[in-house]
Design a protein around this ligand. Sequence first.
Ligand SMILES: Nc1ncnc2c1ncn2[C@@H]1O[C@H](COP(=O)(O)OP(=O)(O)OP(=O)(O)O)[C@@H](O)[C@H]1O
Ligand SMILES: [Mg+2]
Length: 1007
Amino acid sequence: MFAGNQEISVKRVYSRKRSRDVLKTHLTPARKRGEVTCSQQCPQTWRLNSIMADGQAVEFYSDSEDLFGDYDSLLQDSSLLAKLDDAEHNERQRDVRRSAADQPDFTALRTSKDAVWKPSREDVLTDSILDALGDEPFEDLPPSQRQFQEQVCENVKRSRLQDGGKTSTPLRNTDGPSEPGTERNLEDKRQPKARRSVADQLKRTMLCNAAAPANVSRTVALKEAVVSEEISVAMQAMETVSAETTDLGPFFGLPTKVKDLMYKLRGIESLYDWQETCLNLDCVQQRKNLIYSLPTSGGKTLVAEILILRELLCRKKDCLFILPYISLVQEKVRGLASFGLELDFMVEEYAGSKGKFPPVKRRNSRSLYIATIEKAHSLVNSLIETSRIEDLGLVVVDELHMLGDGSRGAVIEMTLSKVLYMSKATQIIGMSATLGNIEDLQTFLRAENYTNDFRPVQLKEYVKLQDTIYEVDQKEEECFRFSRPLNFKYSSAMQKIDPDHIIALVTEVIPTHSCLVFCPTKKNCENVAGMICKYLKEEFLRLREAEKAVLLRELRDSGNGSVCPVLRKTVPYGLAYHHSGLTSEERKLVEEAYSNGVLCLLTCTSTLAAGINLPARRVILRSPYVATDFLKRSQYKQMVGRAGRAGIDTVGESILILQDKDRDMAKTLVCAPMENCFSNLMHDDGKGILSLILSLIGLNITTSEDQLREFLGGTLLYVQQKRMCVEKSLWEVVQQCVHLLKEKGLITVAPDANGQTLQVTKLGKATYKGSVDLTYSDVLYKDLSKGLEGLLLNSCLHLVYLVTPYDMVSQCKPDWMTFFRQFTLLSAAEQKMSAAVGVPESFVARKAAGQTVKKSVNMEVARRMYLALVLLSLLKETNLWSVADKFQLSRGFVQTLLSSSSAFCSCVLHFTEELEEFWPFKALLTELTRRLSYCVKAELIPLMEVAGVMEARAKQLYNAGYKTPTHLANADPAVLSKTIENLYKKQAEQIVASAKMMSLCVPDACE
Ligand SMILES: Nc1ncnc2c1ncn2[C@@H]1O[C@H](COP(=O)(O)OP(=O)(O)OP(=O)(O)O)[C@@H](O)[C@H]1O
Ligand SMILES: [Mg+2]
């Protein structure tokens, strides 16, 4: 009736459907029950899933799934044991036909069985075929089955007896098949049990089988061999299918538990329409690469998280989630740790100095790596190097438009190009706010695109010109439509102090609602916060008074007794400033207080817009400038996008304060189409492409210029080549880079039969492995070599000097008097070391005295030494405030110096690991990285390794008796939150979850 191929199509669909159903029936009866209920609740999801399955049958299903159909029917239509009987029968027939001399060799079969049977921790003898057998009298079975089953039971009994009365944790069997490690009472197995999964039964059977003594009768051995082979095939088929199964339940292919967790941990009851649509897109179901773009606060992250969970749980692959800032990585690690604990996957942090290369290979669980842009690149490199890149099922890039962001953009491009080239099966998903040239990114990532302009809370954009508020309306010719006059009564003194009427604008919303005021400079943030306070009513002081007092105390503790005078004044009014001049600890305290409503207003620089999820009812842009540069459209969008808190506000509004002179430019700013995003591989004299080529050669991805050119054909640079007006062709660029790298001694070019073979030198390998900037790699090598000749070890000054980042040197202008004073406090050995690197006491003394210096001293080295003294002081005192004070630097600068030094220290460590001559550095730098990363008293370091725990919190925890992450992992969040002052229950839960996850992530002997 049907044409052949139609018939095939129909058959395949049924086969798949049946397989799935059968899998559910046998593997997870409880889930199946859940699914029925939820499919009624979520008919759309199911319908779309099944429509997709029907429609895509022929292309979508692989042969192995069809193959499974056969095994599926084997399990469903006749008992496995009956099949075994047949097998035994056939084998016996064959056996009879063979002569006695012609002894078959069963070792091969046994070996193949053993090879297939790899016990894992989950492979346990909880209850299984034996329990099922326990309910059925053996007499009813055919003799062959009976014989087989008796033997299986006998083996298991024997092995249980061998284990004696030992008990071990149920569900944990780390030993081989000869030691089934389940110790349940033999009586127990007679109890009727719920039917177990087919997989369990097969595994159990095989386990028993493998436990059989060697001297079994020939018939039994023969039977066993055939049986095990069949089981092996069935197991393989099942594993293949379960690996490809993308449906574990009714919540977008995930179990209902995920939905419950979303509610419990996030308060999310249902998905927005666009989120459902996006998750049900055909291209998403087919795991095609995808870029989706929505306005800020559109809820993009949730979609990515569901896709990550699908990859981890259903496809059992690792995932990489790339976020732009360390603080965001830490926030995500904290937020997803509980999901990991509940759903049994690892959440691993790759930020700052954290992250293991190559990552720990885990046999029994999957990992979600949450990484900064730089760490993600190193991670991908190490996975390629260890041939594990295909373990990575999914890479998600948040803020994909950062591809256009200088050297960091270049790193994203390198990472994604490598994934695209090396692992075709790895899916790539990029999230972004709306972009002008999304097509370029689509071509680069070979991705589909989904765009929607949904925003859960409507955003109204306004501008203020003189005393009038205008609404931004793109349809209006003038862009601005009159909205209202601004009501305020200012005295002439006030008018002078606040000509832009910021006080009038903020007091329309605070303290009832929250407000962010973006300012062009750091200093301006502090001034504006101070100015607003001056004119606020006394009532402001009485709101959440106790909590504000606690915040101030915490700020003081974090500064070891010092608190910023501006914050001391503004916090009692519920105001604070937020910019990179704060220490990490202060930033965290301010952010938490704002999120919890203790603070109602923050004055901030543009960094807040990109790095943190802090929304507000009203966002005010104090001027359309960042420092002296006019705002870019994307910056403006990021800032105003903070307005409108989902679930709290019904509307969000932004007000851009304009001077008449900026009116025209502002029109373009608010109404122009979104900016385009361009490749940055050629940024900074092509630093990006040079380091890309070096690592491609180092990783053996490409070993010739032709291959390099082919690789570069898959980059964003290639897509945009014409538009970016790269004067040289890609071929010329490749040749030039190869020449440069050769000149720098980072690669060698050896002629071979096919032309030339490119290889990295040891220095080249160390450079890309340590992610060391090519500009500095030879200087670093020289400095380290010189260091080895007379490394000062009774002080860490020398080591600290070696890891003081080169790129921070230019930002430092030493105060020579301070330099001299600090120099005189050094030990004789330390002074000698300083002189040895080229900064003698006489030089510093002359500079301090304002005299001219005759001897030529490299100023870069002198400045670097000054920074090293700052770091040494920090390590000794662990008090950022007093060190900043002592060296006449801002605490924000000292904080940045500390974080970049710890990151650079870990780079130098990886660099030295590749060069044998630097072996002594390994142990020294490992410890130094740790000390610089935390820079607190040694006893607090273990607590600070828990994501998001900073010094002040670590001190509180330590003093309350929680001295290690294990103590935290075992803590009750409710008790913890009661014991620790100002620790909210949710924060306590996240700390406990992170500590638990940390203890799980520690590699153990089984990994
Ligand atoms: N379906 C939902 N129901 C309720 N709240 C949601 C839902 N989806 C997301 N949210 C919440 O909305 C807020 C904003 O989401 P998210 O951070 O994902 O936005 P975004 O699109 O990434 O914005 P941005 O571009 O600013 O990063 C978060 O607090 C998130 O928990
Ligand atoms: Mg986001």
